[in-house]
Ligand binder design. Structure first.
Ligand code: NDP
Ligand code: PYR
Ligand code: MG
Length: 583
């Protein structure tokens, strides 16, 4: 017998990796009957108001009889496909992206499976709505657009009581937590408590793109105040009206949170740190990576997705990574995280020490090129990049002096890849590689149109937020979306299904390689360095399988026995949003 089936039969392992599927709902095939459990059997009005089980007009005649729904619904019976068609029509009728976002969030609150079906089946169209760029605007206006709170809020008021707060959450079997403190929301700065839109959006992607069950996902915002004066002055602001707590009080709250998470959900719950400011992000990661299953998406997920794009681009550019010179605008979480993983990958492939491979990677921050003469005053995460070089204050000077082949924007500041900068890059490269990673679209270092026109159609371009294909001189260019959304759902799913207890750099490299391997000749022929998002579930399954493989190889996986075919196992564990039939 296939070891996957065997492990399902023995009742020890569970679908979704480590969390028990008590009611057999996830194991049932689509034509088997399941019971719609809440705390009791939901029926009638309660069943229709329960987003996890509601099917709207798709309740069958039989279900309407057996679940006391007669008269509560109009007579027509719909299918999920027809509901999907109707909803897509109504979403497309909204012209303003934020209205589409609100419509999607309301759908999630009403009918969870239909929400995920829409998102999965229309991923390219709806990702920019539930994720970047629209989620950024939603966070900016979060207080005014939401009628019902989403996720879990842990503020300074809850100090000493965090375990109790976690226990107020209705679900017990949590596998993935995405947590933010709202201080660096995309490239939009400190949005305080309104940052909740980010964990909510990231976890929707965990389910839609990665296959983690929605009930196993927990979005959390830690509210330690905000330094955003506009929010502090806003009478409708939903968070704590005080300036941010720092130092001992901040770290004590985080420590209580991390301990409570482990105590409540065990060793194998994954905590993804998201959109913390860099003065806390590196420290939190360093502190908890040896005791908890944690990773920082902005530092590590981003690094993995960018490395995948770089490796894939070698098919178009020729040579190896070691042949390239890299220049970054922005030396924070994303910039130094990516730089470090590139250096590690080159070191792994060439056996050259990482101290050496770093030497062809240069970073510019708000004060100019990072050089050894600045070393004393640099934050610790910038120090490895302080090379011996004359000080330069602008990006343009740096491009002219360093002559990079790859230019990566991680500054959070829009329009910083100016015409002069891109022309200087194009002057020294036949095919300049440009990544404008800052989000949302307003913060992108340049647009797709600018990258293609200023390089006369020679650029290989990708960006953090999506840009439409652009036609230049009769040729259609398809920009890639270099966004950690390609990585974190599959990476996290791989950790969950293997019961991993720690995240290791080799897993990031494995995820990166798995993503790069999904780029086919057909994609290269179109100049693409990332596979289309339409295949993301398959991509995530492949990433999950490779990450799980690494977890087993490194002795970090606890789900035993190791499934014989990890890809099949990953696929078999993925949540699918099709309706179930109720007995
Ligand atoms: N595409 C993707 O998947 C991802 C994209 N991002 C995006 O990357 C951006 C940065 O995020 P993150 O690294 O976490 O942020 P950080 O705050 O950690 O880093 C920002 C860096 O940019 C530098 N910087 C700011 N303004 C300028 C300027 N005008 N010129 C040169 N450098 C400047 C800062 O300099 P200094 O240190 O001197 O202050 C700092 O080094 C955000 O917009 C975010 O949305 C982040 C993660 C993933
Ligand atoms: C994509 C992402 O994580 C960010 O922009 O912060
Ligand atoms: Mg982020």
């Amino acid at each position: 017998m296939d070891s996957t089936l065997e492990s399902m039969k023995d009742g020890e392992s569970t679908v979704g990796g480590g969390v028990e599927d008590v009611y057999g709902e996830d194991r049932a095939t689509e034509d088997q009957l399941v019971t719609p459990w809440t705390t009791s059997v939901a029926s009638g009005y309660t069943l229709m108001r329960d987003p996890r089980h509601n099917k709207g007009l798709a309740f069958t005649e039989r279900e309407r009889d057996s679940h006391y729904l007669r008269g509560l619904l109009p007579p027509a019976i719909s299918t999920q496909e027809l509901q999907e068609k109707k909803l897509m029509q109504s979403i497309r009728n909204y012209e303003v992206p934020l209205h589409k976002y609100v419509a999607m969030m309301e759908l999630e609150e009403r009918n969870e499976r239909l929400f995920y079906k829409l998102l999965i089946d229309h991923v390219e169209e709806l990702l920019p709505i539930v994720y970047t760029p629209t989620v950024g605007e939603a966070c900016q206006k979060y207080g005014s657009i939401f009628k019902r709170p989403q996720g879990l809020y842990i503020s300074l008021k809850e100090k000493g009581k965090i375990l109790e707060v976690l226990r107020n959450w209705p679900e017990r079997s949590i596998q993935v937590i995405v947590v933010t403190d709202g201080e660096r929301i995309l490239g939009l700065g400190d949005l305080g408590c309104q940052g909740m839109g980010i964990p909510v959006g990231k976890l929707a992607l965990y389910t839609a793109l990665g296959g983690v069950r929605p009930s196993a996902c927990l979005p959390i915002t830690i509210d330690v105040g905000t330094n955003n004066q506009k929010l502090l002055d806003d009478e409708f602001y939903i968070g704590l009206k005080q300036r941010r707590t720092t130092g001992k009080e901040y770290y004590e709250l985080l420590e209580e949170f991390m301990s409570a998470v482990k105590q409540n959900y065990g060793e194998k719950v994954l905590v993804q740190f998201e959109d913390f400011a860099n003065h806390n992000a590196f420290e939190l990661l360093a502190k908890y990576k040896t005791s908890h299953l944690v990773f920082n998406d902005d530092i590590q997920g981003t690094a993995s997705v960018v490395l995948a794009g770089l490796v894939a681009s070698l098919k178009l550019l020729g040579g190896s990574l070691a042949d390239h010179t890299f220049l970054f605008l922005g030396a924070g979480e994303a910039g130094t995280g990516i730089a470090e993983l590139i250096a590690l990958e080159i070191s792994t492939k060439t056996n050259v020490p990482v101290e050496e491979t770093r030497k062809k990677i240069f970073l510019v921050d708000s004060k100019g090129l990072i050089v050894s003469s600045r070393k004393e005053s640099l934050q610790h995460f910038k120090q490895p990049w302080a090379h011996d070089h004359e000080p330069l204050t602008t990006l343009l000077e740096a491009v002219k002096a360093i002559k990079p082949s790859v230019l990566i924007g991680t500054s959070g500041v829009g329009q910083t890849f100016t015409k002069e900068v891109i022309e200087a890059l194009a002057a020294v490269n036949e095919r300049p590689l440009i990544m404008a990673l800052s989000n949302p679209t307003s913060q992108a270092e340049c647009t797709a149109e600018q990258a293609y026109t200023w390089t006369e159609g020679r650029a290989i371009f990708s960006s953090g937020s999506p840009f439409d294909p652009y036609e230049y001189n009769g040729k259609l260019f398809i920009p890639g979306q270099a966004n950690n959304a390609y990585i974190f759902p599959g990476l996290g799913f791989g950790l969950v299904i293997s019961g991993a207890i720690r995240v290791h750099d080799e897993m990031l490299l494995a995820a990166s390689e798995a993503l790069a391997n999904q780029v086919t000749q057909e994609h290269y022929d179109k100049g693409m360095i990332y596979p289309p998002l339409t295949g993301i579930r398959n991509i995530s399954a492949n990433i999950a399988a490779k990450v799980a493989e690494k977890a087993y190889d490194l002795g970090l996986a606890t789900r035993l026995p190791r499934p014989a075919n990890l890809l099949k196992f990953a696929e078999s564990c993925m949540y699918t949003p099709n309706y179930r039939t109720y007995r």
